[in-house]
Design a protein around this ligand. Structure first.
Ligand code: SAM
Ligand code: SF4
Length: 345
C-alpha cells in the first residue's frame, strides 16, 4: 500500500548549514555523493554494456545495507548532504526500497536522488517517493521506439515514458531525463523532444558521450560535441538559465512556450571539472575521486563496524589531496573505467 510522501526534512544539526568539510587541493568542496548500489544491469546500452552485464572475474560482493549505512553516515559527518543512488541499474537490487529508506533517514542527508533506466518506474514511482527518494533521473536516449530498442536492447520506450509521467504524478522535487548525445539530432527527433518537454515539468539533459575503456571504438565513430545543439537552442529562442551555486554540471535552457527545460552536459568543454562537487562510492566500497580515475580507495575494511567510524572519516579526509584537477578524456585517457556501470555514471 502507498504511504504518504515524506515531509520536507527539518534541519537536524550543524551539518545542515552545508558546511562541507571535504575540500581538495584546488579548493573544490564536496557536498554530493554518488553511491553505486550495483554494477548489474538488465539493459544493454550500446555505449555502456553492449553485450549486457557480465560479472567480472574476482568481483567483490555488493555492499550490504549495513555497510552502506555506515558509509553514508560517515560522509554525512563530513558535510555531504546530497546523495544519488545509481549503478548499474540500482533498482535491480531486491533491497532497493529498504536502502532508499535507510539512507534517506541519515541525519544530515537532505536530498536523495536516483538514476534509473526506468524499467520499473511506472509501477514503483509512488513507492520510491514514499521511501524517501526526492528526485529521479531517467535515461532516455531517443523518443523513437525502434531506435530506443536498438540502443538499449529493450522495446520498452512506452513503459519508460509512462514511468516519467508516474514520477511527475508522484510529485518528486525534480524529474530529469538523461539523453546521451550520439549523433546530430534530425528535425523529426528534435520535434518529438520539444513536444515531450512542452507540457511536462522535466529537464531533458543531453550528455556528450564519454569515452570509456570498453567503448573506445564506438566513441570514435559516435561522439558528437554539443556545440551544434547549443546553437540550435539559442537560435530557437531558448535562453540559458543562470547556474545556481552548488548546481550540477548541466547548463539549462528555458523557452517561454515550454514547461520543461533542455540542458546540456558537456564534459569535453573547457573548465568542465572546475566546479566538480561530487565524490563516488562504488558498489564494492571503493571511493572514486573522479569518474575517470584509477582503482579507487578501498573503504570497505572500515565499513565493518560502527566502532571504525573515526578511522573511516580519517581515511576519507586523507584521500582528498589525491583528487586530480581534471579528467584526461581529451587525451583518450579514461583512467581505469571500463564502462560507467562499473562505478556509477
Ligand atoms: N542504469 C541507470 C541509467 O541508465 O540511468 C543508472 C546508471 S547509468 C551508468 C547513468 C547514466 O550514465 C545514464 O544516464 C547513462 O545514459 C549515462 N552513461 C552511461 N555511459 C555513458 C557514456 N559513455 N557517456 C555518457 N553517458 C553515459
Ligand atoms: Fe544499464 Fe544504465 Fe549502462 Fe544502460 S546506461 S547499460 S541502463 S547501466
Amino acid at each position: 500500500m502507498d504511504q504518504p510522501a515524506p515531509l520536507p526534512r527539518a534541519p537536524t544539526d550543524s551539518r545542515e548549514s552545508g558546511a562541507a568539510k571535504l575540500q581538495d587541493a584546488f579548493g573544490r568542496r564536496f557536498e554530493y555523493l554518488r553511491l553505486s548500489l550495483t554494477q548489474r544491469c538488465n539493459f544493454r546500452c550500446t555505449y555502456c554494456l553492449p553485450n549486457g552485464y557480465r560479472k567480472p572475474a574476482g568481483c567483490a560482493p555488493e555492499l550490504t545495507p549495513d555497510e552502506i549505512g555506515r558509509a553514508v553516515r560517515a560522509f554525512a559527518d563530513l558535510g555531504l548532504w546530497k546523495l544519488r543512488l545509481t549503478g548499474g541499474e540500482p533498482t535491480v537490487r531486491a533491497d532497493f526500497d529498504a536502502i532508499a529508506r535507510q539512507v534517506a533517514a541519515v541525519p544530515g542527508i537532505r536530498r536523495v536522488a536516483m538514476t534509473t533506466n526506468g524499467y520499473r518506474l511506472a509501477q514503483r514511482a509512488s513507492d520510491w517517493r514514499s521511501a524517501g527518494i526526492d528526485a529521479v533521473n531517467v535515461s532516455v536516449d531517443t523518443l523513437d521506439p525502434h531506435a530506443f530498442a536498438q540502443i538499449t536492447g529493450h522495446d520498452r520506450l512506452d513503459e519508460v515514458v509512462a514511468g516519467i509521467d508516474a514520477a511527475l504524478a508522484a510529485e518528486y522535487a525534480a524529474v530529469k531525463v538523461n539523453s546521451v548525445l550520439m549523433d546530430q539530432i534530425d528535425e523529426g527527433a528534435w520535434d518529438r523532444i520539444l513536444a515531450f518537454v512542452q507540457h511536462r515539468d522535466v529537464s531533458w539533459r543531453f550528455i556528450e558521450l564519454m569515452r570509456t575503456n570498453d567503448n573506445a571504438r564506438f566513441f570514435e565513430t559516435t561522439h558528437t560535441p554539443a556545440d551544434a545543439l547549443r546553437q540550435r537552442l539559442e537560435h530557437g529562442g531558448w535562453t540559458a538559465l543562470a547556474r545556481r551555486s552548488g548546481a550540477g554540471p548541466a547548463v539549462e535552457y528555458a523557452h517561454p512556450a515550454s514547461r520543461g527545460r533542455i540542458g546540456i552536459i558537456a564534459p569535453y568543454s573547457p573548465g568542465f571539472c572546475d566546479s566538480c562537487n561530487r565524490l563516488r562510492l562504488s558498489s564494492t566500497g571503493k571511493l572514486h575521486l573522479c569518474l575517470f580515475g584509477e582503482a579507487g580507495i578501498d573503504l570497505r575494511p572500515l565499513l565493518q563496524s560502527d566502532a571504525q567510524r573515526d578511522e573511516l572519516v580519517a581515511r576519507i579526509l586523507s584521500s582528498m589531496p589525491g583528487k586530480a584537477q581534471g579528467h584526461r578524456l581529451h587525451d583518450g585517457d579514461s583512467g581505469a573505467t571500463p564502462h560507467l556501470a562499473s562505478i556509477g555514471g
